[in-house]
Structures are given as C-alpha cells and as structure tokens.
Write a new protein. Structure first.
Length: 117
C-alpha cells in the first residue's frame, strides 16, 4: 500500500514520501497562483479552485491569502465564505458544508497520523 493510499484511508503515513511531496508542491503552486489572482477575475479563480479542491460548490468566496497542504482532501459546499489568511492542513479529509462562513486567520488541522522515517 502506498503512503498516499494510507493517507486516504486515515492510516499512519509518511508525509516525506516522494509522491506526497509532489502533491504538496502542486498544491503550493496552486495556492500561490490563487493568492496572486485579481479577486474580480472569476474565471481564473474558478479554474484554480477546481484544480485545487476535491469539490467546490456554488457561490464560494475565498479571500487571499489561502494555504493548504494537498487541496485534494478538501471539499467545500455551496454558499461558503472563507476569510483571509486561512490555512487548512489537509492530511486527512476536510469537509466544509453548505452555508458556512469561516473567519479570518483560521487554522484547521484535522487529526492526521503522519510519521517520518
């Protein structure tokens, strides 16, 4: 079983694994791209958030800067507002439901079982 498969199943995994490191780098690049975009450029924002998150609903507004580890483990419902300087460390699945408002400078750190070799 790969470290990615372990992470997805909630088992202890090694975040230093090469595949997981590449996933984090890809998410970091997407976060950097998102954080540089004009907030009025809805088309570009939609492209980046669709690539970054596992799911994103309708009427979602995320203020930059935004940071996460993988992005692929984050699902966001509809009618969601995320304040600036939000960090979600998504070594485990994170689900933000519908009609949620997240204030500024939130750090969401779900229970993830990571270890280093």
């Amino acid at each position: 079983m790969t470290e990615f498969e372990k992470m997805q199943r909630g088992l202890p995994y090694c975040p230093a694994d090469q595949e997981l490191t590449l996933f984090r780098y890809a998410a970091r690049r997407l976060c950097q791209q998102f954080n540089r975009l004009d907030p009025e450029d809805a088309s570009s924002l939609n492209i980046v958030t669709t690539k970054l998150f596992a799911h994103i609903g309708d009427n979602v507004e995320i203020d930059a800067p935004f940071f996460c580890h993988y992005g692929m483990n984050i699902g966001i419902g509809s009618n969601v507002s995320v304040g600036p300087n939000c960090t979600i460390l998504d070594g485990a699945h994170v689900s933000v439901g519908d009609n949620v408002s997240i204030g500024p400078t939130l750090g969401s750190i779900p229970r993830a079982i990571a270890y280093y070799r």
